[in-house]
Design a protein around this ligand. Structure first.
Ligand code: NAP
Length: 485
């Protein structure tokens, strides 16, 4: 029998209830419809939880915290490992759910499941490697000790562009450290988060340690940010919303993890290997259909290699296919909503109006489809250089000297990722040092991994996710001064 569009092997993973304090619950008021961005049909619905239900989830996390925090790290890690194995066991179902609600091409969804599950796997082990310190005392008879403690109840607010990975990047380190967590997924993509919570329950995560609340962000957000019980907010999303949430957290002095907007530059120098430069640009720009915070939004190419690069990059872009994410051979699925298409159209038309040259692709054909497009000779002040396009539109801007390139790359209030392509070790070292960003991809566009710290500088955020640094974000240092020895 042929499979229906987005049909899951395990039907129970398509959930329509929120997960609060270990129970699957309905909300209050009309449920929220979840739409397939390609067909625009409703494919699921989730509850609109009330303020009281958010408080209930936070209270349950608070009650569960002392016991969870005192469990041996090895046992917490064993649950994370089981959770990882369950996600991988249901990889195809997760990939279908992600494509169903987010639209991305199925191969990208599969890659997200591997990447996202990787945070559970990594932190399952990392939980047991979190060491304290003994500091040489400055006087006799004393021992100065430093312990790492979980910071307590945490809340997570995640975006729609990576419905699984943006969640596991927070849940993995939080639970490994001994914290408990209440998560609010994006309204557009809550189904993946609920399926993830279901497998957490199966993996043995105790009731209250992890809850998922769905609904209106303006109802849920203030309860989370205003609660004196909540000790940390971890947010991934846009810079204006992150700033607003940080302000709301200030009166209760919460720890903040903010993964915000990008506007990443890619610098291609005259001495770059052409194939490497094209491959870097393809991945850095078009991964996830360009709907990524680390997407190369501004591609600066030195004048000596510019024409050759545009030819080679343009030929590749012209072969890319946009369409239904469930269809074989599709590279870019539909965009998430009409606003996304409108922004891409605006950036493309603005770049062309200011003298840009259309090299591949072109106008959006209708619906939520954006055609992978390359524009050369983009003006350095075009709209697409100043705002994240968040779509499959690449603009190439020329530059003369290494200094010019670095100046252009840094001319932004953001600083999440930057990329450079060169085969000269001195250029790599110098530019790598001078780029104002939290992450630098050198001759590669593929930078994200659970093993390395991910995060930004400037208005791209605070804190890091991934690696042992990501675990430390969920820990307090406690200094114990033992006298009389
Ligand atoms: P967004 O509008 O800021 O939304 C992100 C999350 O915040 C969603 O769950 C959203 O909920 C919630 N939210 C919105 N307004 C809120 C409020 N007033 N109170 C509480 N929560 C609120 O961002 P987006 O458009 O979904 O995502 C795209 C942005 O995220 C881009 O700027 C991208 O660069 C950034 N991003 C950054 C990273 C990173 O690691 N740095 C990773 C991925 C994406 P609703 O959807 O329910 O409104």
């Amino acid at each position: 029998m042929s499979r229906q569009r987005g049909e899951l092997d395990e039907k129970y993973l398509l959930l329509s209830k929120a997960y609060v304090a270990g129970k699957w619950v309905d909300g209050s008021g009309d449920p929220i419809a979840v739409d397939d961005p390609y067909t625009l049909e409703t494919v699921g619905q989730v509850p609109r939880v009330s303020e009281a239900q958010v408080s209930e989830a936070i209270d349950a996390a608070n009650r569960a915290f002392p016991q969870w925090a005192r469990w041996p790290a090895k046992e917490r890690g064993a649950i994370l490992r089981r959770w990882y194995e369950l996600v991988i066991q249901h990889k195809e179902d997760f990939a279908r759910l992600i494509t169903l609600e987010n639209g991305k091409a199925l191969k990208e969804s599969r890659a997200e499941v591997d990447y996202g599950a990787g945070f559970l796997e990594f932190y399952a082990d990392e939980a047991t490697r979190s060491l304290g310190e003994i500091i040489p005392a400055p006087v006799t008879g004393r021992r100065l000790m430093v312990e790492r403690e979980p910071i307590g109840v945490c809340v997570a607010i995640t975006p729609w562009n990576f419905p699984l990975a943006m969640l596991t990047r927070k849940v993995g380190p939080a639970l490994a450290a001994g914290c408990t967590m209440v998560a609010k997924p994006a309204e557009l993509t809550p189904l993946t988060a609920l399926a993830f919570a279901k497998l957490g329950e199966e993996a043995g995560v105790p009731a209250g340690v992890f809850s998922v609340v769905t609904g209106n962000s303006k109802t849920i957000g203030p309860v989370m940010t205003g609660s004196p019980i909540v000790r940390k907010l971890s947010f991934t999303g846009s810079t204006p919303v992150g700033a607003m949430l940080a302000e709301a957290c200030a009166p209760t002095i919460k720890r903040l993890g903010l993964e915000l907007g990008g506007n990443a530059p890619l610098l291609i120098f005259d001495d770059a290997d052409l194939d490497t430069a094209v491959e870097t640009a393809m991945v850095a720009k078009f991964r996830n259909g360009g709907q990524s915070c680390v997407a190369a939004n501004r591609i600066y190419v030195q004048n000596g290699i510019r024409d050759r690069f545009l030819d080679a990059f343009g030929s590749k872009v012209a072969t890319m296919k946009a369409g239904d994410g469930f269809e074989d051979g599709i590279d870019v699925g539909p965009m998430i909503d009409d606003r996304a298409i409108a922004k891409i159209d605006e950036h493309r038309e603005d770049a062309l109006r200011r003298g840009g040259r259309l090299i591949a692709g072109g106008a959006s054909p209708g619906g939520r489809i954006a055609v992978p497009t390359l524009i050369g000779d983009v003006a350095s002040d075009a709209l697409l250089t100043r705002e994240e396009t968040f779509g499959p539109l690449a603009g190439v801007i020329g530059f003369a000297s290494v200094e010019d390139g670095v100046r252009l790359a840094n001319d932004t209030p953001f600083g999440l990722a930057a990329y450079l392509c060169s085969s000269d070790p001195a250029t790599i070292a110098r530019v790598g040092r001078d780029l104002e960003s939290g992450i630098v991809g050198i001759n590669t566009g593929l930078i994200s991994t659970p093993f390395a710290p991910f995060g930004g500088v400037k208005q791209s955020g605070l804190g890091r996710e991934g690696s042992h640094h990501g675990l430390a974000e969920y820990q307090n240092l406690k200094y114990l001064c033992h006298a009389g020895l």
